[in-house]
Ligand binder design. Structure first.
Ligand code: ADP
Ligand code: MG
Length: 560
């Protein structure tokens, strides 16, 4: 489907607002939901985080209400305060060329302000359930004229135990004509709620498209539970982290991890439900503005928040639900930028992660935690880069004079430079001793210890032993539904081949889905990749060297 915003039935002032927001084309959920909501039908909409669900319901609902009559005609319920604020901000932008007035109702802010705003007359309210219930109890909000109701992030609301609140609120809405329920995932509970309250809803389900996830390089590291922190520090040393969203299971772990990271010098803060409103807002704002590099959050606290420029999603703990995994990693790799998803997996979480992989058909590359040598080399590289930049950009006359003076006293320039480097690098954090790195465990280490695999940079765990990798029996073990065939590529790590290139080479011009690709194994000079039997012919036929990595053509051949 390739529609434009002006194919959807939107009025001029909304088209103008969309244009002002910089939206060029509607996203799939928008193309599908907007006309249906404009028609007046109920909608059950599911699409991954970051796919524009907010505008998908705001545009039609705002167009449906009568501007400026001063009674609440539309109500949007959101699970968290931050989300309510974010939705309200978008609503105000969308309604900027109309007389519609919008109020936000959420806990943590004074009642007076919110009550005053409501008294002045508003057309739409965006609310969290708790505060809305309070206002209903205080009898300071009139919901009799609410014709349109939207539940945003319905899955999260139910998970947070808001079902009773939602049901109570519904009893205070005598005149609702149209309802919309939007969610990133569709667990049973959301479906039950939809069956109970929506009337003949149009169901709109947008599958997570491979295209968005292809922008994300997914890696996993098998580590010991008690070695996760040390492993994370090592991994972070090797990454160019601009902005990382780190997920953990509990509020307490979020706080502890953020504190531990901060102690190591990382600009990290926690985001969870135990913080008060002000603290949460300030953490979120500093993360959005890139004043802090890492935000450590629980799924609930980070749900639905739209944050730009996240370079890394780190699963410090593995989620229970495969959909949550997809949901988490979808926070990075947006707007055409490459993203990185890193998962730290303890022995106990191994099984769960395996389920996630098979459920989501994701290509996750297993990597070994960087070694002491690799980290040292990386530190040297970064140091040298800083040094070269400084030579280019700084006036070093004074320093040169000092060196000349010392040289006159018979110190060699080499010794002086070495001593200066040493001094400069004094504050680098000490490296853990190699033999005391308990987190270098499991598959990763086993593979590395395997002599024949020494050169492997990325190790898919199913390729744990190279001698078995050509064995078809092994393949069918984990891809029973379809046969896979192993293909060889003429380029590898040395030529700069990245997992994204492998996927690109194979799927690129054929338009086949990433699901047809299995394990990827990048060696120094070549790469092995599994491709579904059904597509092998087409893939091989298409391998004519037209796809290039760093200017070098990639060829695929069958491994006999
Ligand atoms: P979701 O609720 O599905 O997680 P959001 O509604 O928060 O997603 O939207 C994610 C981001 O995409 C927001 O920054 C939003 O402004 C932007 N966005 C929404 N629709 C479009 C569009 N049609 N074109 C470009 N950007 C869009
Ligand atoms: Mg949303």
């Amino acid at each position: 489907m390739d529609l434009n915003f002006n194919d959807l039935g939107l009025d001029e002032q909304y088209l103008q607002a969309v244009d002002r927001l910089g939206f060029q084309k509607p996203t799939p959920i928008q193309s599908m939901a907007i006309p249906v909501l404009l028609e007046g039908r109920d909608v059950l909409g599911q699409a991954q985080t970051g796919t524009g669900k907010t505008a998908a319901f705001l545009l039609p609902i705002l167009q449906n209400i009568q501007p400026g009559i001063g009674c609440i005609q539309a109500l949007v319920l959101a699970p968290t305060r931050e989300l309510a604020i974010q939705i309200a901000q978008e609503a105000k932008k969308i309604a900027q060329f109309t007389a519609i007035r919008i109020a936000t109702v959420y806990g943590g802010q004074s009642y007076d302000i919110q009550i005053r705003e409501l008294k002045n007359g508003v057309d739409m309210v965006i609310a969290t359930t708790g505060r809305l219930m309070d206002l209903i109890r205080k009898d300071v909000i009139d919901l009799d004229q609410v014709h349109y109701l939207i539940l945003d992030e319905a899955d999260e609301m139910l998970e947070m135990g808001f079902i009773e609140d939602i049901e109570t609120i519904l009893t205070h809405l005598p005149n609702v004509e149209q309802k919309g329920l939007f969610s990133a995932t569709m667990p049973k509970e959301v479906r039950l709620l939809a069956n109970k309250y929506l009337v003949k809803p149009k169901e709109i389900m947008i599958n997570p498209s491979n295209r968005t996830l292809e922008e994300i390089e997914q890696r996993c590291y098998f580590v010991r539970q008690d070695g996760k922190f040390a492993a994370l520090l090592k991994i972070l040393e090797m990454e160019m982290v601009q902005s990382a969203l780190v997920f953990v299971r509990t509020k307490m772990r979020a706080q502890e991890l953020a504190d531990d990271l901060a102690e190591q010098g990382y600009a990290a803060k926690a985001m969870h439900g135990d913080l008060n409103q002000k603290q949460r807002e300030s953490v979120l704002l500093s993360f959005r503005k890139h004043q802090i590099t890492m935000m450590v959050a629980t799924d609930v606290a980070a749900r639905g928040l739209d944050i730009k420029g996240v370079s890394h999603v780190i699963n410090y703990d593995i989620p229970d639900d495969p959909e949550d995994y997809i949901h988490r990693i979808g926070r990075t790799g947006r707007a055409g930028c490459r993203g990185n998803a890193i998962s730290l997996i303890s022995k106990k979480e191994g099984e769960r992660f395996h389920k996630i992989e098979s459920f989501s058909h994701q290509t996750v590359i297993e990597c070994a935690v960087p070694s002491r040598g690799e980290i040292l080399a990386k530190r040297d590289e970064v140091f040298i880069q800083r040094l070269l930049d400084s030579m280019k950009n700084t006036d070093l006359e004074r320093e040169r004079a000092m060196v000349r003076q010392l040289a006159d006293r018979d110190f060699s320039a080499l010794d002086l430079a070495a001593a200066a480097f040493n001094l400069l690098r004094n504050n680098e954090s000490p490296l853990p001793e190699e033999h005391r790195s308990p987190e270098k465990f499991s598959h990763g280490e086993r593979s590395l210890k395997n002599g024949s695999l020494k050169e492997v940079s990325h190790i898919s765990k199913k390729h744990g032993s190279s001698s078995r990798s050509k064995n078809k029996g092994e393949f069918s073990e984990h891809k029973q539904e379809k046969g896979m065939v192993c293909l060889k590529m003429n380029l590898g790590k040395k030529q700069g081949l990245r997992p994204g290139n492998v996927v690109g080479t194979i799927t690129g011009e054929l338009g086949i889905s990433g699901k047809t690709i299995g394990k990827i194994h990048i060696y120094n000079d070549h790469t092995l990749v599994d491709v579904s039997e059904n597509h092998v012919q087409a893939v091989l036929a298409n391998s004519n060297g037209s796809y290039k990595v760093n200017g070098r053509p990639v060829y695929l051949t069958r491994v006999e």
